[in-house]
Design a protein around this ligand. Structure first.
Ligand SMILES: [Zn+2]
Length: 172
């Protein structure tokens, strides 16, 4: 019920109800001929390790998956590179300064927010940070957990795409 073809009923340009889903990727307005595409939104996730090799997971403050674990990250803004996006998100959520980013793996995801499915391409980056002294949990994060391959509880992680990115990194 949250997918675009169930939620979007009117053409966003002319307001016509003759706004028809074309299947999979797009809508076409019979009135003004707007061809409206549903694309994948770029999103970033950061893999940050401490000196013991433990991975930093965040506790989500909001739905979807409120209270569950996640990698820090978020959506890429318009006119922003993915490298800048992951650096900005880590500053916003954890007050840490990213010094280096390395792409690890990506995974498609369907992110349901305010009753609407946003399709994303979640991109995981291994991030180096300048230090952990300034770590401050804020923004859409309420806490952190440090996990290792031995003690990670996969059931506490909300998004399948995030599990896949962590597994890709550890199996890499
Ligand atoms: Zn229209």
């Amino acid at each position: 019920m949250t997918k675009p073809e169930r939620v979007l009923k009117y053409c966003p340009r002319c307001g016509s109800k003759r706004f028809n889903f074309q299947g999979v990727h797009s809508f076409l307005c019979d009135n003004c001929e707007l061809h409206y595409f549903i694309n994948s939104s770029a999103a970033v996730a950061a893999l940050i390790e401490n000196e013991k090799g433990e991975l930093l997971l965040t506790v989500r403050a909001f739905e979807p998956h409120k209270g569950m674990l996640d990698l820090p990250g978020g959506f890429v803004d318009i006119n922003e590179t993915v490298e800048d996006a992951v650096t900005r998100e880590i500053k916003e959520e954890l007050n840490l300064d990213v010094t280096e980013v390395k792409f690890i793996a990506s995974c498609p995801n369907e992110y349901v927010y305010s009753g609407y499915s946003v399709y994303t391409c979640d991109m995981g980056f291994l991030c180096s940070v300048s230090g952990w002294e300034n770590l401050l949990v804020q923004d859409d994060v309420t806490g952190i957990e440090l996990v290792s391959r031995e003690n990670i509880d996969w059931d506490k992680i909300g998004a399948e795409s995030i599990k896949k990115i962590i597994r890709a990194y550890w199996n890499g």
